[in-house]
Design a protein around this ligand. Structure first.
Ligand code: SF4
Ligand code: SF4
Length: 472
């Protein structure tokens, strides 16, 4: 039985409800009147139900699809403006006891190089990330209670936050580790993490169990209910994600939105972010085995429909995608991207030796952070290193109410300019700095409130004079 308020995975992600949603979407995909009605509802920027959004995703009417793409663009602009937040992943350890068939870290893979960073190695990596200009990272680790216990993760977070190198600091650590207990989520919260991210991989239970044949991750309910436990542990910013390519995308899309509806119904706070990774080649992973791979057009449509369905949620795209795809998705609602990423354990301080391979997937965008920053600015976006919200206590429902009322833009835009200025002063190449200075001057005029503009102008001067870390 479908019940968004249930605490049981199989009731808030009801298989029958997903199938019924897909039938409804199929029946109505060319129903112009209904599609129009849904688009009109979406224009109120309050989001859509999983059924409504599924109709838009299935819609085959070319003119309506253009409207959907246009609306996604406008909604992104209304909620987040033209800022794009930047982050980098940091892989702590690739020891893992699970058997996920799409990931090279699976336990049976004997030829991948297994690594776990010491605190000293983490220190070197963090300094290298700071020297690139990063302020926000996402730590990643395989599941292994012996090699990567929660104490190791907590110690690593402490190490990361403690490093102050030149003008650098990591101001927000998001965490992507395996589903765990309420007690452990409380410890992560106490360690000062930003968002807790856990990809569902697939919401289709039968496929999930086949794709995760061994290890604790095999337990569909425990994995799917993890965000509830995280919320109970006090983490109010959680990040959902599906690994597209494992199952049929329309199934995943409907279920992903049902998960968002469940969090909203039970905790009053939807997901802080949604990630949209696609299956990538890696050691021991042949992507041709995955028959549900998505083409770029469908992928773009999914991103646009997520943007419309949950306007208040950040959408993240990583360096799994190439430059062209990232550019296309940025115009359809993506609000956060990684840049200059290494997906191996270590690799920022010095490249991984040729005879070692600890990477989780092949990177498709290998540009440096500076190149990504310059590229974003040339596309008309403001690269942002902002971490203000969680440091100002704007998390969970406080963040959501600001976001839903579209007030967050009054913070995002000025903070983007101030953190970009820091980047330009400390890390940018002369060419990037030149482009950035012009952009900042132009964007200052777009701050509507005179008082805020004056504060930002004063802070920009202070940043030029060596002061750091201003935020609204
Ligand atoms: S996806 Fe995560 S849990 Fe699965 S094998 Fe890879 S690291 Fe381990
Ligand atoms: S103001 Fe908040 S929502 Fe906006 S970029 Fe900064 S941290 Fe993110």
């Amino acid at each position: 039985m479908y019940d968004p308020k249930s605490s049981k995975a199989e009731e808030f992600i009801s298989h029958e409800e997903v199938l019924e949603t897909l039938r409804f979407a199929d029946k109505n995909k060319n129903n112009t009147a209904l599609v129009n009605e849904i688009i009109e509802k979406a224009k109120f920027r309050k989001g859509l139900t999983h059924r409504e959004a599924s109709v838009l995703l299935a819609c085959e009417l070319p003119d309506k699809n253009e409207e959907i793409f246009d609306l996604a663009r406008q909604i992104k602009d209304d909620f987040y403006g033209n800022r794009v937040v930047l982050f980098a992943p940091l892989y702590l350890s690739n020891y893992c006891i699970n058997g996920c068939v799409y990931c090279p870290y699976h336990r049976q893979n004997r030829h991948i190089t297994r690594k776990k960073m010491t605190q000293e190695e983490i220190r070197r990596e963090v300094i290298a990330l700071q020297d690139m200009g990063h302020k926000r990272i996402a730590i990643e680790s395989g599941e292994d209670p012996v090699n990567n216990p929660i104490e190791y993760i907590l110690e690593s977070i402490d190490t990361i936050y403690s490093i102050k190198h030149k003008n650098g600091s990591i101001r927000r650590v998001n965490v992507n580790i395996a589903a765990t207990t309420v007690e452990n989520y409380k410890k992560l919260k106490a360690a000062g993490i930003g968002t807790y991210v856990l990809f569902q991989e697939t919401y289709h239970k039968e496929s999930y169990e086949k794709l995760h044949p061994t290890g604790p991750k095999h337990d569909y309910a425990y994995h799917t209910e993890a965000m509830d436990r995280a919320m109970m542990g006090g983490i109010d910013d959680v990040g959902l994600g599906v690994l597209f390519g494992l199952e049929k995308y329309r199934y995943e899309f409907a279920a992903l939105l049902m998960h968002a509806e469940h969090l909203e119904a039970v905790f009053g706070v939807g997901p802080h972010t949604i990630s949209v990774p696609r299956v990538r080649p890696a050691d021991d992973i042949d992507v041709s085995r995955f028959k549900n791979a998505l083409d770029d057009d469908i992928f773009a449509k999914i991103v646009a429909c997520i943007r419309i369905a949950v306007p208040y949620t950040g959408i993240i795209v990583s360096t799994r995608e190439n430059k062209a795809t990232r550019e296309r998705l940025l115009n359809l609602g993506v609000s956060q991207i990684s840049g200059g990423s290494r997906t191996s354990v270590g690799g920022y301080a010095k490249p991984e030796p040729e005879d070692e391979n600890s990477a989780q997937f092949e990177v498709n965008d290998t540009r440096t952070l500076d190149e990504v920053v310059k590229w974003l600015m040339e596309l008309g976006f403001i690269p942002s290193f902002c971490t203000a919200c969680y440091r100002e206590g704007r998390t969970g429902d406080r963040f959501m109410s600001l976001c839903k009322s579209r007030q967050i833009l009054n913070c995002c835009h000025p903070n983007a300019l101030m953190t970009l200025k820091e980047y330009l002063e400390d890390y940018a190449t002369p060419e990037t700095k030149a482009v950035g200075e012009v952009l900042i001057q132009k964007e200052l005029d777009r701050i509507p409130n005179n008082k805020v503009r004056k504060i930002v102008e004063e802070n920009l001067v202070k940043i030029s004079n060596g002061m750091r870390d201003f935020r609204l």
